[in-house]
Design a protein around this ligand. Structure first.
Ligand SMILES: C[S@@+](CC[C@H](N)C(=O)[O-])C[C@H]1O[C@@H](n2cnc3c(N)ncnc32)[C@H](O)[C@@H]1O
Ligand code: SF4
Length: 306
């Protein structure tokens, strides 16, 4: 029998509510599980007595298992392999920026070490981008909100996580409800990540980008652009056929105007495909237009004199 994760917050709250138990106990359970690796739900202190049989029969503290944690040679990066209840695995990556040594971008910064966790939202992906290992494995399953949050639990037991980026396996906007719930949990007690430190990366699912300002108005958005025109985009990212570049750029403008959040543009240089000088000029024009249309937001892009 498959158990739910206690971090499937909506499911746990619903169960509690139908049993007449206050949902206010849910974050207390999360705090206990986070700080007590290997605990049983019967160990969680101070819950109403009706909560224990319900928890034990339907939920588990964690439904995933940390199979391996592999450090890079410089120990700034740790790759986590996490096995899910259904036997599939996902990766999450901890990236440490030792800002005192300027290891991130060479510039001295204040604030000491900070860590970013890159999380997966799906096992595989149906978008089929040609350059992406996840894309070539096809789609296997969506992660539940609990399975997404559990990546943060595993990582938080290794180091303090300050930022989360949805840049691991899968297309987060194709798993929208779980994404929204996971981020709501991550930004509440006991994780309390700042929404401004969360970035959702997407291939560019326009209808979902349009919903984000309502459901997650304070997260950052990153868009995998990877080409300055629709033709090249479609060659390397088949899903782009459904999302014309002009409409995508319009959606980004609207998103930024409505949220005032950062929009990051991701561009992989693929030899002989999108890395010609002419592509750089096209990209500059595309982003300059973006910036000129923009009024008062915070678009992070390069200095442009195209
Ligand atoms: C794996 S995706 C997950 C998030 C989302 N599906 C997306 O496409 O933005 C995160 C980022 O990794 C990039 N990526 C995928 N394959 C890559 C590769 N072989 N080398 C460098 N970046 C890659 C994607 O294009 C995207 O910008
Ligand atoms: S949408 Fe993202 S995860 Fe999916 S295949 Fe493309 S780059 Fe990979």
């Amino acid at each position: 029998m498959a158990f739910r994760s206690v971090f499937d917050g909506g499911a746990l709250r619903t169960e509690f509510e139908s049993a007449g138990i206050s949902p206010h106990f849910v974050p207390l359970i999360w705090k206990y599980v986070l700080h007590n690796p290997g605990c049983d739900l019967s160990d969680v202190p101070s819950l109403p007595s009706a909560a224990y049989p319900l928890l034990i029969s339907k939920f588990r503290p964690l439904t995933s298992f940390l199979s391996s944690a592999l450090d890079s040679n410089d120990r700034l990066t740790t790759k986590l392999l996490i096995r899910l209840q259904n036997g599939n695995s996902v990766e999450a990556v901890i990236m440490r920026y030792d800002t005192r040594q300027g290891k991130y971008d060479g510039k001295p910064r204040s604030g000491g070490p900070r860590s970013t966790l890159c999380v997966s939202s799906q096992v595989g992906c149906k978008m089929g981008c040609k350059f992406c290992a996840t894309g070539t494995m096809g789609f296997k399953n969506n992660l539940s909100s609990g399975e997404i949050v559990e990546q943060l639990v595993h990582a938080s037991r290794i180091t303090h996580i300050r930022n989360v980026v949805f840049m691991g396996m899968g297309e987060p906007l194709n798993n929208y409800a779980a994404l929204v719930e996971a981020i709501q949990i991550m930004t509440g007690f006991p994780f309390q990540l700042s929404p401004k430190k969360i970035t959702v990366s997407t291939v560019g699912i326009i209808h979902a980008i349009n919903k984000l300002p309502i459901d997650l108005p304070t997260v950052n958005l990153a868009v995998s652009l990877h080409a300055p025109d629709q033709d090249i985009r479609c060659q390397i990212m088949p899903a782009a056929r459904a999302f014309p570049l002009g409409k995508l750029m319009d959606a980004l403008q609207t998103y930024q105007k409505n949220t005032q959040q950062k929009v990051f543009v991701e561009y992989i240089m693929l030899d002989g495909v999108n890395d010609h000088e002419q592509h750089a000029h096209q990209l500059g024009k595309l982003l300059v237009t973006f910036k000129v249309l923009e009024t008062g937001g915070k678009l992070d892009t390069f200095q442009s004199d195209w």
